[in-house]
Design a protein around this ligand. Structure first.
Ligand SMILES: Cc1ncc(COP(=O)(O)O)c(C=O)c1O
Length: 499
């Protein structure tokens, strides 16, 4: 099958495969409400013939979220919430409602957690990094599966003399190594400070790391930072049960709109440990220039620097309401069924010489995983097909997927078995290099393409989306990367000529 003609898939064939899918995953039928939403709230996907498979990159918004938010803005006079005039007070009320909606969504209360609005998950993580009392004889433990915005906290820890420990991943499942984790957690002596940061779900492999690690670390005196950015879009996080000291989110990943707002949830009892490195407008009670003094504001206000994204914050409450009306259980069930089927199909993809076409990095069954699947493609001789080529061909087939290492270098290193000595040699030159150069050098040295291909499903995904992806993947059977070069350049040229 030619990659570029996937739009012409045969409906009868898909019906037949769908029947087999339902036989294997009958609970998918319980999620029919999402098919209705796909036809109404998310119809632009089908109107534009688009297969969206990048929910880990960003969620999709429903039409009604936009309408409701715009109506709110059109019908009210809102001012900067930092004062006491009526337009300001009206805004403050909506910001308070959004904070409450966040607490409700994560099953907790203002007695237990403070909600700090940030510009995204990275902003929330940076607040922890710069405020946590890292010190000599203190510790920062993190997971090799962390996103770079969690890896980056190690620079705050190092600068202040704390020891940094990485918990490695097991191969091939890319789960956190529990034995190593326990060894690291035991290295903190009583009285020493220690922060342990891990993702509830990997943005690379989709692996879920047990939330019970929150309790295990806290029982040994560690504070815990749970990065929920990739977990929260299709899983219910109960902060009434799991009580990480810090939890971080980006709302666009959960419900698509608005971008530019994330949150740091801090356990109220941990809040006094945080030391703000500076103050800004909005974060202080009073400041004197002559007396050179300042008093920090209480609670979340000490962390929300300058003017918050106030006109967009009400859209957080709207988005959360939408998710709760749909039901996270329903979203999770759909994601699980589609992911299970994708994994089954990917495992069966073969060239006619029997060699595998696709290798999945990370969990290959539904145990301890979410709806993100990262993989590499191989030709009939077992040589890698470049991620870049796959992305180009996917784009021509109207499929949105991702390639690269997804800001998660530790998982990439583990997935491709890249040893420390190899990686060290890329960090001796002050000039540095870009990821594309790294891919090229490693490819030459070891014959692997470390630019992996990532797909992820979510709230608006349906069977047709994953079916089309599998047809796309099947199009690589018995082909080498170079056999596509001419075809892909032709596709590119046609697109250019048409525009
Ligand atoms: C697990 C994880 N943590 C943190 C982030 C950072 O989120 P943002 O880019 O919205 O700050 C991401 C983004 O993809 C992520 O997947």
């Amino acid at each position: 099958m030619a990659i570029a003609t996937l739009a012409g898939i045969r409906a009868e064939e898909m019906e037949e495969v769908y029947a087999q899918f339902i036989a294997a995953y009958p609970e998918y039928l319980d999620t029919a409400v999402l098919d209705h939403l796909r036809r109404t709230e998310y119809r632009r996907l089908d109107d534009l013939d688009h297969v969206y498979l990048d929910y880990t990159g960003g969620g999709l918004y429903a039409d009604s979220q936009l309408t409701e938010h715009l109506q709110l803005l059109r019908n009210n006079v809102f001012g900067n919430p930092h004062s006491h005039n009526p337009s300001s007070l009206a805004m403050t009320e909506l910001v308070d409602q959004a904070r409450q909606a966040v607490l409700d969504h994560f099953h907790t209360t203002a007695d237990d957690y403070v909600v700090i609005f940030t510009s995204n998950a990275s902003g929330a993580l940076k607040l922890v990094g710069e405020s946590y009392p890292f010190a000599p004889r203190g510790h920062y433990a993190l997971c090799a599966d962390d996103h770079n915005s969690v890896n980056g906290i190690r620079e705050f820890a190092r600068a202040r003399g704390a020891t940094v420990h990485y918990v490695p991943l097991t191969s091939p499942n890319l789960q956190m190594d529990k034995v190593e984790l326990e060894k690291i957690l035991d290295r903190k002596a009583p009285g020493e400070s220690g922060l342990f940061a891990f993702p509830a779900q990997s943005n690379y492999s989709g692996a879920k790391h047990p939330l019970s690690y929150v309790h295990d670390a806290q029982a040994r005196g560690w504070d815990v930072l749970l990065d929920c950015a990739a977990f929260a879009p299709s899983n219910d996080l109960d902060l009434g049960i799991w009580k990480p000291d810090f939890a971080t989110f980006s709302f666009y990943k959960i419900f698509g709109y608005p971008t530019g707002i994330g949150a740091l949830l801090v356990r109220r009892k941990t809040l006094p440990k945080l030391q703000r490195p500076w103050f800004a407008g909005g974060t202080v009670k009073i400041v004197s220039v002559q007396a050179f003094g300042h008093y920090l504001a209480d609670g979340e206000a000490a962390f929300e620097e300058g003017t918050i994204n106030y006109l967009n914050i009400p859209a957080v409450a709207i988005g959360l309401r939408h998710i709760n009306e749909v039901g996270l259980d329903t979203i999770q069930k759909r994601v699980r069924c589609l992911t299970g089927w994708l994994l089954d199909q990917l495992a069966g993809l073969r060239h006619s010489n029997g060699r595998m076409l696709v290798k999945v990095h990370g969990p290959t069954d539904l145990d301890l995983r979410g709806g993100t699947i990262t993989m590499s493609f191989f030709d009939p001789d077992g040589l890698p097909i470049s991620g870049q080529l796959i992305e180009q061909l996917a784009a021509a087939a109207h499929i949105s997927l991702r390639t690269g290492c997804f800001c998660n270098p530790g998982s990439g290193e583990a997935a491709f078995g890249l040893p420390k000595e190899l990686m060290q040699q890329f960090f001796v030159d002050a000039k540095g290099m870009h990821f594309a150069e790294l891919v090229e050098v490693i490819n030459k040295a070891r014959g692997v393409d470390v630019s992996a291909v990532r797909i992820s499903v979510g709230l608006a995904s349906n069977f047709a989306d994953v079916y089309r992806f599998i047809l796309f993947a099947r199009g690589f059977a018995d082909r080498t990367g170079s056999s596509f070069e001419t075809e892909s350049f032709a596709v590119e040229r046609t697109a250019r000529d048409a525009s």
